[in-house]
Design a protein around this ligand. Structure first.
Ligand code: ADQ
Length: 489
């Protein structure tokens, strides 16, 4: 497969992310079935025509035997995917442990785990060792498939150690790293025991990208304050070598959503939903069930709104769709029961024999059902406590050309910087403020809704995922050329 002919002008792009964009299910000793999971990153890169993208990542399953590994590798090759095989112990320590229990909460300002300080320190060390080991395994696979001229694009907090491993293999490799979460203030980052090692390994990349200018600035401050390096307008300098640091706000494939609204199945869903909730305004929350999404805070704000506005009690419904994720991590199990308890209490308090104020679903919706829901919604509630960007807010706006509904958006989501002018911005910790914003949204005049929607719709249509990926990769190519010019001067 590596000898396959390709047009000379199409550069190969190796996209390295913790998870491959496909889910694999084992059907027999040597047979697998694969399903593409269409996330934001997948559709962004499918739309980029100048590059020939290949994916490298973990398939999300444990495959201990060689027969299974060979068969899966072969099946994945047809989807241009290359697997990294991680065993259960590594997954536990690296993915559940260091990635999801340490880096994820820290980068979202929730701090480090504190239950048992000594035990935590010990597990820190073994989890960090597993993190480095896993990153090295990703690097081995990249190196095996790398060809001169390829661009290697590493994604997210799972792979902060990867740029360093790759450059150790080949200092000429073009390496970019993009973070999908916030990068926190340097005062938060400096609490991490492995703070310096992680920063140094990220700095081995040629280009480091974030969703917003603030995250980029926090990263540069961490490098200057913790490592004592020099921050420049272009990035971070270490003994004459520059790592370029910049903001690349992601977007969505807005056309995919707009087109879907014309599909018969979506129209049918919309009709059903409109009938089901006739006479009531629909409010919507769509989130992964994660503590950063502020789901309990959102529901409590809705309760406060109902408490203070008796006239709205039978005229509004909140649909909260929450996909369970990371169900192995105890904090996520606790969150699920906490949300269920609050929803149960509020429905008991304000429900009637025929209607309840909150419909809470613990599951994922297929694309068409999701589009239909976005389209019939009057008010969307995105109340993340912190969120790198938040694509749900973009998807909602894309589906609202007809209705011109209102977006209530947390000021702590990266999207507040792009959709802030059209949304009602709130501090999700302030339940009273969020409750008041619900009232404001439900009572907003048609004129104002149109004005706000127009601003946001324009933004969502002109800042697409495809443009994001193209800009990042071309900036990476330029950065490497500029560095070569500097060296040859
Ligand atoms: P996420 O934290 O997953 O992404 P988000 O950007 O909102 O958050 O993307 C979630 C995606 O999952 C959306 O495409 C949404 O449609 C889908 N989704 C969520 N709940 C769903 C449900 N119940 N059913 C069906 N689909 C559902 C991380 C960062 C974000 C950043 C993205 C991209 O945390 O801040 O915007 O990466 O960089």
């Amino acid at each position: 497969e590596r000898q396959e002919a390709r047009p000379y002008n199409r550069q190969r792009l190796l996209v390295v992310a913790n998870r491959l964009p496909v889910s694999a299910v084992r059907r027999g000793e040597d047979s697998w079935s694969l399903e593409i999971s269409a996330g934001g990153l997948v559709s962004a890169l499918l739309g980029v025509k100048e590059f020939e993208a290949r994916w490298i990542g973990w398939a999300g399953v444990n495959v201990p035997d060689e027969v299974g590994q060979k068969a899966l590798t072969k099946a994945l090759a047809e989807k241009r995917c290359i697997p990294v095989f991680l065993d259960e112990e590594i997954v536990h320590q690296y993915y559940n442990g260091y990635c999801n229990n340490i880096l994820w909460p820290l980068f979202h300002y929730l701090g480090l785990p504190q239950e048992d300080r000594l035990a935590t320190t010990r597990s820190f060390q073994s989890q960090f060792a597993a993190y480095k080991k896993a990153n090295q395994m990703f690097a081995d696979v990249v190196n095996e498939h790398y060809e001169e001229g390829d661009v290697v694009w590493c994604h997210d907090y799972h792979l902060m150690f990867l740029p360093k491993c790759l450059k150790e293999y080949n200092s000429k490799m073009k390496v970019g790293w993009f973070l999908h979460t916030p990068f926190p203030s340097s005062e938060i980052h400096r609490t991490l025991p492995s703070r310096s090692e992680l920063l140094r390994s990220v700095l081995a990349a040629d280009l480091v990208g974030f969703h917003t200018y603030d995250y980029a600035r926090h990263f540069v401050s961490a490098c200057t304050r913790i490592l004592g390096l020099e921050g420049t307008p272009e990035g971070v300098e270490d003994q004459g070598r520059l790592t370029r640091v910049a903001a690349f706000p992601i977007g969505i494939d807005s056309e995919r959503f707009i087109k879907a609204l014309g599909v018969t199945e979506v129209v049918k869903h919309m009709t059903e939903l409109k009938e089901r909730f006739a006479g009531r305004k629909v409010m919507l929350g769509v989130d992964r069930l994660d503590m950063i999404k502020g789901i309990p805070q959102k529901i409590l704000a809705f309760e406060k709104f109902l408490e203070e506005n008796a006239n709205w009690r039978d005229k509004v419904v909140l649909l909260q769709i929450a996909v369970p994720t990371r169900t192995d991590v105890p904090e996520y199990q606790k969150l699920t029961s906490q949300v269920h308890e609050i929803v149960g209490r509020i429905n008991g308090r304000f429900g009637t024999l025929t209607a309840v104020p909150i419909h809470h679903l613990d599951r994922s919706l297929d694309f068409y059902a999701l589009c239909a829901l976005y389209a019939v919604t009057d008010v969307a509630l995105v109340t993340s406590l912190r969120d790198g960007m938040n694509l749900v807010s973009y998807e909602f706006v894309a589906c609202q050309e007809a209705k011109k509904g209102v977006l209530i958006l947390s000021e702590f989501a990266g999207a507040a910087q792009s959709l802030g002018a059209g949304a009602i911005l709130v501090n999700p910790w302030n339940i009273t403020e969020v409750a008041a914003s619900i009232g404001q949204a439900l009572n907003m005049s048609q004129d104002e809704r149109e004005k706000r929607h127009k601003h946001n719709f324009h933004h969502v249509q002109t800042h697409t995922a495809q443009e994001w990926a193209e800009t990042f990769v071309s900036e990476l190519n330029d950065t490497v050329i500029e560095a070569q010019l500097r060296i040859s001067k």
